[in-house]
Design a protein around this ligand. Structure first.
Ligand code: TRP
Length: 450
């Protein structure tokens, strides 16, 4: 990463580490597709009335998510640094740097509960391959027993150690190659599953629930959730896309990358919904049953397929890998910051971050079905709070800051995006007016001020 007093122009033409064009788009899609699409999106949609929530999600993705994504990529490419550095450089003051720091904190906190779920997927991969998963058909009971046991603690440690190990060695090109196999591989498995779930008895009812919007279900709370989820699933608001943007060269079309990532993200969420909801309606699973939804519904679908344990195993392995690659990106954000800020070696920074993370990650796991689940504050467990604070408060907040930075403070933002004049007008309008007002309004209503 270029440092020092070189002008932005010089840095942009300088030959720093760079992604190839397709490599970048795949890596960005890889970062966006993960547990957010496959685990979180279906259960949050199930808890918020189905079709109406999906509609809100798509609207948030297009109206707010894509313009902010383009903004983050532009900030990264022009700023050439981590969230703190690029915000500071383009905002022109240290204060902006500290605002960018909120994004780094968000990545750190997201990792604490993301690693819990990543651990669950590893356990389910093993259970499915060994056939144990299908021994008694009571998937809800199995899930409850699993989360109440000590196994999730072990699996989370496995995830964190794997993550720490790879990060400490430096993110090699291996991860990109990994993503190139995992993301398309996951799609193939999902399409096979889709063929099965769409022919289940409850398919019509499930599809209707998922795609037919019942507008009476739309509330401010669900609009806030949809916005937060759109940010989460596009990996926005935490300096990740911004960091990726720093490795892109001038010739890469940022609008094309934005569209590709948005479309990829939406397609995975859409397919996940089309798999989950027909399954829940066929097997009598409550769609609003919460974070365990995927782990309860999908085994039922696998069981009804030929070679189900093989497909199930493959699916959970691919999902686990997709989750671990996300863990790498999430952890790299604070590690890169520590290395630069405190001039630490990579391994030292990794160890410190991992220890600090684990102090929060362990109570997350214990409160997601384990011994701490009984302790709630304001109706939320520790796990729920980490999830809520990051997704509903920090991500929209950083999103808002991005719109202000590129809309008002940093004058060269429009040129950096490479949009055509007409689109640039729309994008400016979105960054200056539409996106900040929508984010602010939903945000203020969520904390009870409107
Ligand atoms: N978008 C990822 C998902 O849908 C989760 C995520 C959020 C993420 N922020 C990230 C992944 C940053 C990598 C980097 O699962």
């Amino acid at each position: 990463m270029a440092k020092g007093k070189k002008s932005l122009e010089q840095q942009n033409s300088g030959k720093t580490e760079q992604f190839s064009s397709t490599g970048f788009i795949l890596a960005a899609i890889g970062s966006s597709v993960g547990l957010g699409n496959m685990w979180k999106f279906p259960y949050v949609t199930g808890q918020n009335g189905g079709g109406a929530f999906f509609l809100l999600f798509v609207l948030c993705l297009i109206i707010v998510g894509l313009p902010v994504l383009l903004g983050e990529l532009a900030i990264g490419r022009a700023g050439r640094g981590d969230a703190y550095t690029s915000f500071k450089k383009l905002g022109g003051s240290k204060w902006w740097g500290w605002l960018g720091f909120i994004g780094i904190l968000a990545a750190f906190l997201i990792m604490t509960f993301y690693s819990t779920i990543a651990g669950w997927t590893l356990h389910y991969a093993v259970q499915s391959l060994s056939g144990n998963l299908f021994s008694n058909g009571d998937y809800a009971g199995q899930f409850t027993a699993f989360t109440a046991s000590t196994s999730p603690i072990i699996w989370q440690i496995v995830v964190m150690v794997m993550t720490g190990f790879v990060i400490a060695r430096g993110i090699s090109s291996g991860i990109e190659k990994f993503n190139k196999i995992v993301i398309p591989g996951l799609l193939v498995i999902l399409l096979i599953m889709l063929a099965r779930t769409l022919t289940l008895d409850g398919a019509a009812e499930g599809v209707r629930y998922f795609l037919y919007p019942d507008f009476s279900q739309i509330t401010f709370e669900s609009a806030l959730l949809a916005l937060g989820l759109a940010f989460f699933s596009l990996s926005l608001g935490m300096g990740a896309m911004l960091t990726y943007g720093a490795y892109v060269d001038k010739n890469q079309s940022l609008p094309a990358a934005t569209l590709a990532v948005g479309a990829g993200d939406l397609i995975y969420a859409l397919i996940a919904g089309l798999i989950i909801f027909p399954t829940t309606f066929t097997f009598g699973i409550e769609p609003g049953s919460g974070p365990g939804l995927v782990f309860v519904a999908l085994p039922a679908a696998f069981e009804s397929m030929p070679y189900g344990n093989l497909f199930g195993g493959l699916f959970f392995i691919l999902l686990a890998i997709a989750a671990v690659t996300s863990c790498l990106a999430l952890t790299e954000v604070p590690v890169a910051y520590m290395m630069r800020r405190f001039k630490m070696s990579r391994s030292k920074a990794t160890i410190w971050i991992m220890i600090a993370m684990y102090a929060i990650a362990l109570p997350c796991t214990l409160s997601a079905g384990g011994v701490l689940s009984g302790y709630t504050w304001g109706g939320r467990t520790f796990f729920d709070w980490m999830d809520y604070i990051t997704q509903n408060i920090m991500l929209p907040l950083v999103g808002l800051l991005v719109t202000i930075l590129v809309g008002y403070v940093w004058k060269g933002s429009g040129e950096e995006t490479g949009l055509s004049p007409t689109w640039m007008k729309w994008w400016r309008f979105s960054m200056r007016v539409v996106a900040p007002i929508l984010i602010l309004f939903i945000f203020l209503s969520s904390i009870g001020l409107v």
